[in-house]
Structure formats: C-alpha cells, structure tokens
Design a binder for this molecule. Structure first.
Ligand code: MLT
Length: 254
C-alpha cells in the first residue's frame, strides 16, 4: 500500500481515509502530530497510488490489509482514526482484529448498514460512474461533501477534494459503492467497544446527521462537533479536528 506518514516514536495512529479519497487527505493531521507519535495514512487498495491487487474492496478486505500493514511496520496496537468509509473499515477492524486497536476516532461516519433505498442509489451511482467516468463522480458527490463556510471561503479545500475524486480509478469509484452497499450493520458492535473512543462530526455534515446517537451507544465515548465543517471535517477545519484528536492521543500514550 502506498503510505503517507510522519513522525517517529513508540506510539502510532493509523488514519483511514473516506470515499473516494486517499491517504493524502490526512496531510493536515500528519503535519500536526504531537511529539512521540508516528502517523500512518495508507492509500487503501484501489485508491490513490495503491493497486487494487484483486481486492473486492469490502470493508473486511480493507481491514485485513490494514492489519497486514501494521504487521509490516512492527506496530502491535494503534489508535485508529477513520473518516466516513474509513469509519466503516474501522468497524471491520474492530470486528476482525480488535486486539490491534488501542483507541478509536470515528469521524463523520455511521454504524448502520444501508437502507434498501441507499443500496439502490449506490447501484445507480456505480452504473453511472462506469458509463460516464470520474467527472460524473465529481458532479454527483462534491456538492454534498462540504459545509457552507468551506464552499464560500476555502476554495483550496474544495479543489483538493475535487482532485482526489477525479483521480480515483473509475472501477474503484464503482466497485467501492457496491462494497459499501454490502457492508454489515455494525450497530451491535457499538456496545462491545471498550477502548477510548471519540466520535466527531462536522457541524454541517448532511450525510451523517446521526453521529451523536452512535456516540451514545459506545460506552464512555466522547462526542464533539467540528464547527464550520461539513462531511470532510478533518480538511475543512483541521485546527479543531486536530485539537480533538490530540485529546485522545494524550490519554492513550504508552
Ligand atoms: C465517504 O465519505 O467515505 C462516503 O460518504 C461514505 C459513503 O458513501 O457512505
């Protein structure tokens, strides 16, 4: 897997990107890691510069690839920070490799499976992306991703998000929609999470309005709203996002 990384030290945070982005979306977090922390932000198989390598892009396959990455880097347990699809993958890691998870940051994500309507929508998006290419994904996805402050005052963030969508291979754009439609319901897992957990959501995240209910179902989880941000809260308000993550790192060191 192609890896974006920073820092050295005994403690590791693994960043898991959303759809259809890549590990480069975590640049503002990798630049701001506290002393003693190593940050690993891979491009998941099929995304960014990582080859798909026969993966079905399921959340389980992505989680297994991440566990193998931790092995490769000699990391036993890591704080796992996943945004949106990255959160679905974090749930699959918890389901399959929970001994590797020291703490969780669940950003702009949800535990529930898709409704029948959402599955149908994903199927029609997959068909459209295959037929019309990456610009159709920019058209379909970009408008709902960011909040009003980002749209009005942070054109560079919108441009960066657009660039990541347009650079994603068409087959990944389509197959990852199908894989997300197949993901299992992770709601029953929430009560089993017994590591420090922070749930964050952008103030204007229209895609994940139910994040607080998810936080309430995780024993002891903290919940924070990232102001002036939509769905891509780590890029839209990196300062607030980093402050929230730093709070988790301080309590999970060592
Ligand atoms: C993401 O940002 O990863 C997507 O919104 C996930 C999804 O389509 O459910």
């Amino acid at each position: 897997m192609h890896l974006h990384q920073s820092g050295t030290g005994p403690d590791t945070i693994l960043f898991v990107h959303g759809y259809p982005f890549h590990g480069g979306m975590w640049a503002p977090q990798l630049e701001a890691l506290p002393e003693g922390w190593r940050g690993l932000a891979p491009d998941l198989p099929g995304f960014g510069r990582s080859p798909r390598g026969g993966s079905d892009l399921s959340m389980e396959a992505q989680a297994d690839a991440l566990a193998a990455l931790l092995d490769e880097h000699g990391v036993g347990r890591a704080v796992v920070c996943g945004l949106s699809m990255g959160g679905y993958v974090a749930f699959a890691l918890w389901r399959r490799h929970r001994e590797r998870v020291r703490a969780l940051v669940l950003a702009d994500t949800r535990a529930g499976a898709d409704t029948a309507e959402a599955v149908a929508h994903r199927r029609s998006l997959a068909t459209r992306f295959r037929e019309q290419g990456p610009e159709s994904a920019v058209e379909a996805l970009l408008p709902g991703l960011t909040g009003p402050e980002t749209q009005e005052h942070r054109p560079e963030v919108v441009a960066r998000i657009r660039e990541m969508i347009a650079a994603t291979p068409v087959e990944t754009l389509a197959a990852a929609q199908e894989a997300m439609a197949r993901r299992p319901d992770s709601t029953p897992l929430l009560a089993t999470i017994d590591v420090p957990t922070l749930v964050v959501v952008g103030e204007h995240d229209a895609i994940r309005p139910d994040a607080q209910a998810m936080a309430l179902a995780i024993p002891g989880a903290r919940f924070e709203v990232i102001s002036e941000a939509g769905h891509v809260s780590n890029l839209e308000n990196a300062t607030a996002f980093n402050r929230a993550v730093a709070g988790v790192l301080v309590t999970t060191r060592g």
